[in-house]
Design a binder for this molecule. Structure first.
Ligand code: KG4
Ligand code: ZN
Length: 337
């Protein structure tokens, strides 16, 4: 089954063709990063307008690279939640029009489940496994029992981890997107130079939850000290210390979950899964099976959408032509989907 995947939930306009949930025939990603860079963040209105301009050429390119005609597509899968509503609507409208005109089944796909599915596109993966989804919009630690049975154990109560990277980077003018810029500067910094707070939510009812706004504020407030006469400021040290605090919190929860459940398979997805410090910590664990998708599949892409959809389409799942876009998932929803 050849599934066409469409992803437009944020600032990547992507279309991919994936066969039987694993073989990527093409995966075209048009990133809007350069358009949003002057604003140091994604501008929702600009994002949706750019999706309108690019979705047709990206779709044509995906067909061309796969060597497939539109008639040979078996089904159309599209991210319909969560994300920026205007951006999501572009992908959903395009997918519905395509489904109607080609007479092919349509399926709305949850972006989060698709991120957690991404490693399946690069190899065999056993269930259950611990799934970590860390991006600009999400910070989730989950137990993944099958492609569509995901138990959310913890989530952020305020900022997402990638959002904290982006906001710190924006404050210090380091670059956009912030995560990679902070990661790069950290390589030549001392992670012990500053002591930043590690959020500890492990005493309450939701021990797996995260909080990043306190850390973000502490790092931003540090800039006042930079301005003091006689202080030698080092952005490298600041970045390395911030990165250590942000990632150690994630890492401690992963480690604790592995110990308490005995599940030693760990899958990570989302842009922050590209973080070199996180990768070095997780990969260094003897006896663990760790699946980090390649960088192209960590961040937003349409192959993960088409890949995930295959399982659901194969058992007969379909979305109606009045499929709608939904911007949010409930913040404390514990079971997924
Ligand atoms: O999954 P993604 O491409 O888009 C969504 O947010 O859905 O993730 C983007 C996020 C941004 O916040 C970006 O700063 C962060 O991932 N990021 C990183 C790294 N590369 C990207 N954060 C930490 N270290 C990185 N190397
Ligand atoms: Zn994403």
């Amino acid at each position: 089954m050849k599934v066409l995947g469409i992803e437009s939930s944020c600032d990547e306009c992507a279309v991919a063709l994936v066969e039987n949930g694993s073989k990527i025939l093409s995966s075209v990603i048009h990133s809007q990063i350069s358009a949003h860079r002057p604003f140091d963040g994604v501008v929702p209105e600009l994002a949706s307008r750019l999706h309108v301009e690019t979705i047709v050429p990206v779709y044509r390119q995906a067909l061309k690279e796969a060597g497939v005609t539109s008639r040979e597509i078996d089904a159309i899968a599209v991210t319909n939640r969560p994300g920026l509503i205007g951006s999501l609507l572009v992908g959903v409208s395009f997918a519905k029009a395509l489904s109607f005109s080609l007479g092919k089944p349509l399926l709305g796909v949850d972006h989060i489940l698709a991120h957690l599915y991404a490693p399946h596109l690069e190899g065999k993966l056993e269930y259950p496994h611990i799934g970590l989804l860390v991006s600009g919009g999400h910070t989730l630690i989950t137990m993944v029992r099958s492609f569509d049975e995901v138990e959310v154990l913890g989530t952020t109560i305020d900022d997402a981890v990638g959002e904290a990277f982006d906001k710190v980077a924006k404050h210090y003018g380091i670059g956009y997107p912030g995560g990679k810029a902070v990661d790069d500067l950290s390589r030549s910094g001392d992670p012990l130079a500053y002591k930043f707070p590690h959020s500890r939510l492990d005493k309450g009812n939701h021990p797996w939850d995260f909080s990043y706004s306190g850390l973000k504020t502490a790092v931003i407030n540090q800039s006042e000290k930079f301005l003091q006469p006689g202080k030698v400021a080092s952005l490298e040290n600041l970045c390395a210390s911030f990165q250590k605090a942000a990632i150690d919190v994630l890492w401690n929860k992963i480690r604790l979950l592995v110990v308490s459940t005995g599940v030693r398979r760990v899958v990570a997805g989302g842009g922050v899964a590209a973080n070199s410090y996180l990768r070095s910590l997780v990969n260094a664990q003897p006896g663990w099976n760790v699946y980090f998708p390649s960088l192209a599949l960590c961040s937003d892409n349409a192959a993960m959408i088409a890949g995930w959809a295959w399982g659901a389409l194969s058992r007969g799942d379909r979305s109606p032509l009045d499929l709608n876009a939904e911007s949010r998932v409930a913040r404390f929803k514990r079971k997924y989907p």
